[in-house]
Ligand binder design. Structure first.
Ligand code: BG6
Length: 477
C-alpha cells in the first residue's frame, strides 16, 4: 500500500528566512526584517520592544539571509536533483505591495515570483505557496497597527486578487497564513502587533485573529473563483498536548492547550467559531469585531485541506512542582521525561506525529498536509565542507515511519510532506544560522560571515532515495 502515487514530497522555506535582498527591486520594509539575533529578539517578536527601524546595536539576519533572491535557480536545481515533487515557499508581501495599501502592485516583485514558479515547473515541481509567512509590511504596522485593524483585510484581499490572477496555472496549492496560532505567542512576528502601554493584549490578539480568519476565508473564496483547480489550506503550528499524569486536572489542562490552537483551525475548517472559545472570550471580556456578513463568509469558504508543522508534542501539568519548561516552537509545556531533546531543547517524539495526524484527521475529516518537520542541529563540516548528518537522517526516518503508520494503519488522508528548511536558513525563533535544518549546507554564520556556498550534506542523497522509493526505503547506508 504505502503512500499515494502522487504524494507530494518536498521541502519548505519562508521568504524572510532565505531571500535576503530586503530592499531590492522596490521591496518595502516588513516586520520580519526587524527581528534581531540575540537577547532582544524575544521581546521584539513578542511585541513588547519597539523595533520599527534598524539600529546600530543589533544584527538583523533577514536582511541578507542566505541570498536566495539571487540564487534561487541554483537552489531549485538542487531541490530537483533530490526529486522534490513540491517546493513550499512564501511570497514576501512587501515585494508585491511595498507599503501594503497601494492599489497597484510592484511589477518587479510579481515578476520575480513568476520566474521562480516557472523555474519550479521546469522540473515538474509543484509550488506550494504560503501567502503570508509571518510577514507584514511595516507601513501597515505603523499606519494601521497591523492586523488589529480591519483595513488589513481589504489590503490582503487586494494582494490575493493580484497573485491568484497573475499566477493562475502556475500555482495550485496555497496556504493563507503560516502557523496562524503563533499570533497568540509571538504577536509581532506572527501578525505585526506591537502593544502600546496599557493595551488589553488579549483583546488586540483576538481582534487580529478575527481579521486574519476573515481574510483567510476571503482568500479561499477568491482562489476558488479565479481557478476552481486551486486548493487552499490553513496552517497550524501543530503538536498535540499530553497530560503529564492521568490526574483529571492535567488531562483537562492538556485539552485546553489543544483548544487554544484548534480555535483557528476550527473556524477555517469547520466555518464557525467554536462555542468553547466564544464562552472563554465572553468571560475575559473580549469582543470580536464581527460585522454583518462576516459569519456567512467564514461558513461558506472553508479550506480544502489542513496543513501543519510538527516538531514536537507538548505536555501540560497542573502540579506546581512540575514546572521546568520545555523550550519549544514558540509555545511550550513542561518537560516530557520519556523523550530526548535536540540541542535547542526541542523534544523528539515521532509517535507524537502519528498522534497529531490522527487528532487532526478525527477532528476535521479533511486531507492533511505536513508542511514542516525537521531537526534544527549544529552541523560541523569536515575539511571538504561535507556534513555527515546521521542524526538528521535518523530524526526524519523516524518521523516518516510514524506518518506512514498514520496513513497505512490508521487511514489518515495525507497529501504530502515538506521538511522544514530543506536548505539551511535563518531560524525564526532565534535568528541564528547555526540552527540548521537543511539537506544543503550554506556557508554563513550567526554574524553574517561566510561565502554563502552551497554544499550537499549526507542527508541530501538519503532524501533523494526516500523520494525515489516513495517513502519505502528509509535505510541509511
Ligand atoms: C515554524 C516556522 O515555527 O518553525 C518557521 O513556520 C520556523 O518559520 C520553524 O523556522 C522552525 O523554528 P526555528 O525557530 O527553529 O526556526
Amino acid at each position: 500500500m504505502g503512500f499515494r502515487k502522487d504524494f507530494l514530497w518536498g521541502g519548505a522555506t519562508a521568504a524572510n528566512q532565505c531571500e535576503g535582498a530586503y530592499n531590492e527591486d522596490g521591496r518595502g520594509l516588513a516586520n520580519v526584517d526587524l527581528a534581531p539575533v540575540g537577547k532582544d529578539r524575544a521581546a521584539v517578536i513578542n511585541g513588547d520592544m519597539k523595533m520599527f527601524d534598524f539600529d546600530d546595536n543589533h544584527f538583523y539576519p533577514a536582511r541578507d539571509a542566505i541570498d536566495m533572491y539571487h540564487r534561487y535557480k541554483e537552489d531549485i536545481a538542487l531541490f530537483a536533483e533530490m526529486g522534490f515533487k513540491t517546493y513550499r515557499l512564501s511570497i514576501a508581501w512587501s515585494r508585491i505591495f511595498p507599503k501594503g495599501d497601494e492599489t497597484e502592485p510592484n511589477e518587479a516583485g510579481l515578476k520575480y515570483y513568476e520566474d521562480l514558479f516557472k523555474e519550479c515547473k521546469k522540473y515538474g515541481m509543484e509550488p506550494l505557496v504560503t501567502i503570508t509567512h509571518f510577514d507584514c509590511p511595516m507601513h501597515l504596522v505603523e499606519k494601521y497597527g497591523a492586523w488589529r485593524s480591519r483595513e488589513l483585510v481589504g489590503f490582503y484581499e487586494n494582494l490575493c486578487h493580484v497573485i491568484f490572477n497573475r499566477y493562475k496555472g502556475l500555482v495550485k496549492y496555497w496556504l493563507t497564513f503560516n502557523e496562524i496560532n503563533v499570533l497568540l505567542h509571538a504577536p509581532f512576528m506572527g501578525a505585526g502587533l506591537y502593544f502600546e502601554e496599557g493595551e488589553d493584549k488579549d483583546q488586540v490578539k483576538y481582534q487580529a485573529a478575527h481579521h486574519e480568519l476573515l481574510a483567510s476565508a476571503i482568500a479561499t473564496k477568491i482562489a476558488h473563483e479565479v481557478d476552481p483547480e486551486n486548493k487552499v489550506g490553513c496552517m497550524l503550528a501543530g503538536g498535540s498536548n499530553y497530560a503529564y499524569t492521568p490526574k483529571p486536572e492535567d488531562v483537562w489542562a492538556s485539552r485546553k492547550a489543544d483548544r487554544e490552537n484548534y480555535f483557528f483551525i476550527d473556524v477555517q475548517s469547520r466555518g464557525e467559531y467554536p462555542t468553547y472559545a466564544l464562552k472563554e472570550m465572553e468571560r475575559k471580556g473580549i469582543e470580536l469585531p464581527i460585522q454583518e456578513g462576516d459569519l456567512e463568509l467564514l461558513k461558506e469558504h472553508t479550506v480544502d485541506f489542513v496543513s501543519f508543522s510538527y516538531y514536537a508534542s507538548r505536555v501540560q501539568s497542573t502540579d506546581p512542582e512540575i514546572n521546568e519548561k520545555a523550550p519549544g516552537n514558540l509555545m511550550g509545556g513542561v518537560i516530557n521525561p520519556y523523550l530526548e531533546s535536540s540541542e535547542w531543547g526541542w523534544q523528539i517524539d515521532p509517535l507524537g506525529l502519528r498522534i497529531t495526524l490522527n487528532d487532526l484527521y478525527d477532528r476535521y475529516q479533511k486531507p492533511l498536509f505536513i508542511v514542516e518537520n525537521g531537526l534544527g542541529a549544529i552541523d560541523t563540516p569536515d575539511e571538504n565542507g561535507y556534513v555527515e548528518d546521521d542524526y538528521r537522517i535518523e530524526y526524519l526516518a523516524e518521523h516518516i515511519k510514524a506518518m506512514k503508520d498514520a496513513v497505512e494503519i490508521d487511514g489518515v488522508e495525507l497529501l504530502g510532506y515538506t521538511t522544514w528548511g530543506c536548505i539551511d536558513l535563518v531560524s525564526a525563533g532565534t535568528g541564528e544560522m547555526k540552527k540548521r535544518y537543511g539537506f544543503i549546507y550554506v556557508d554563513r554564520d550567526n554574524d553574517g560571515n561566510g561565502t554563502l556556498k552551497r554544499t550537499k550534506k549526507k542527508s541530501f542523497d538519503w532524501y533523494k532515495q526516500v523520494i525515489a522509493s516513495n517513502g519505502e526505503d528509509l535505510s541509511n547506508n
